[in-house]
Each structure stands twice: as C-alpha cells, then as structure tokens.
Design a protein around this ligand. Structure first.
Ligand code: PEP
Length: 249
C-alpha cells in the first residue's frame, strides 16, 4: 500500500513571517494522518519550517538545488545546506525551471543523483506541453523525461515522480482523472521495465496541475495516482487542508 502524499509547491510566494503563520494554522487544522503532507516553500522560508519542526506534522523540502556539494557557484544552494535545514524533499525538473530557467534533462539527472547520494528525496516533475499533447507526442516526451531523469539511478523507495502536464499548471484547466491515470500508469510501466515490479509497485507517482478541493477526489480514486503536487491551492492553509482531507471533501 502506497501512502498518499499531498505536497504544496508555494513557488515564489510568502515571507518567513507568513510561513510561520501558515505552519501554525495548518497544524491546528485536523487532517487524516494516513496522508503524508509536505510543503515546498521558497528557500528563505525553510528556516520557519526548521524552527517549527518539533511542533509540526508537515514535512518539507526545497524547490531546487545545485548539482555540487559546495564550491564557487554564486547564487546556488547545495543539498547539504537543505539537509542542514531539515529538508526531506527536493523538487527537481519543475516545468517552470525547465522552461524559464532552461534546465535540461541532463542537469536534472545530475541534481537527482546527488540528491539521493546526500540523502534528500527527489520529487521528479515531468509533463508535456499543450503542443506536444496536441501533436500526439505526450507519452514520448514524458517517457524521455523519466528515463533521462533516472539515468544511472538504482531503485529507491523514497523517490517520488510528479506528472504535471505543463498546460494544466496554474491555468485552472486540470487534466481529466482518466488521462492522468493513463499517463501515470505509463510512467509506472517504465519504472517496472527499468527497476522491476516491486520498485514499480512501491514508487509514489503524483498528479499536478490545477488541483483543488473540488477535483482532488476524482484523482485519488484512480489506481495509480498516489497524491498531488499542488501549486496555487496550497497557499491558503484552509484550502490546502481541504485537499489533504480528500476522503471527506
Ligand atoms: C505546480 O506548480 O506544481 C502546480 C501544479 O501548480 P497549480 O496547482 O497552481 O496548477
């Protein structure tokens, strides 16, 4: 049985003070402990999560990292610094980084290997653009991103993949639950070929793209969807809690 994971990606939102307030509010709301909850705030807010760690049920991680442990890389963040702040997760290959910052599959693979080597759990984001979907290339693109992202990586039970169609991110237009299930099953089949049946059964694969309280239930009843990566709707703790409590929403 894979434990559902609901992860909130704050992108470039919130100050440290706002993060502290959010952590307090979310922890005061009831949620079902069979669901794992994580928040992926901007780097600066990680301190608030670290500071609250003894009284918080929220796991957390960073939105990016560099592919070296230390060195002359101005403006970059090492996985060791993230571990020092108590991070469990690191988001890698988010479409905003691939598209706006020009991150390649090769860079993402370098980061992913170092994340695992140092003890961080990567959440590898993959997903096709609208143009790629409309030209029938969605599976080819997602398949390549998965294979490239995991090149040279041995099976790891803690790694997470998030399928996030680019056209569904921040647009209010979500994929249908059956299209998301179809793509996520396709990703699990790739993992099975690369890593074997047991690793494929253990690996959590999330859906991301305009998830909200009104649609989370449709995704969570699908056989292969193990949770959600939530952007905009994770910024308000009450709305995020409604997503976490998808069984009763
Ligand atoms: C995201 O940023 O990963 C995301 C899925 O955003 P949104 O939920 O706002 O579409």
């Amino acid at each position: 049985m894979r434990r559902p994971l609901i992860a909130g990606n704050w992108k470039m939102h919130k100050t440290v003070r706002e993060a502290s307030e959010y952590i307090r509010e979310l922890n005061e709301l009831p949620w079902d402990d069979s669901v794992e909850v994580a928040v992926i705030p901007p780097f600066t807010c990680l301190f608030a999560f670290w500071e609250a760690r003894s009284r918080s049920r929220i796991r957390y991680g960073a939105q990016n990292m560099f592919w070296a442990r230390e060195g002359a890389f101005t403006g970059e963040i090492s996985p060791l610094m993230l571990l020092d702040l108590g991070c469990d997760y690191v988001l890698l290959g988010h479409s905003e980084r691939r598209q706006i910052m020009g991150e390649s599959d090769r860079m993402i693979n370098d980061k992913l290997r170092l994340a695992l080597e140092t003890g961080l759990l990567p959440i590898l984001c993959v997903g096709e653009t609208l143009e790629e979907r409309e030209s029938g290339k969605a599976k080819e693109v997602v398949g390549e991103q998965v294979r490239w992202g995991l090149q040279g990586v041995s099976p790891h039970p803690g790694l997470v993949i998030a399928y996030e169609p680019v056209w569904a991110i921040g647009t209010g237009v979500n994929a249908t639950a059956s299209d998301a299930q179809d793509m996520i099953r396709f990703v699990r089949d790739i993992i099975q070929k690369e890593w074997g049946a047991q690793a494929a059964q253990e690996l959590r694969i999330l859906y991301g793209g305009s998830v909200k309280p009104e649609n989370i239930g449709e995704f969570m009843v699908q056989d292969d969807i193990d949770g959600a990566l939530v952007g905009g709707a994770s910024l308000d703790p009450k709305v995020f809690a409604d997503i976490i409590n998808f069984r009763s929403t």
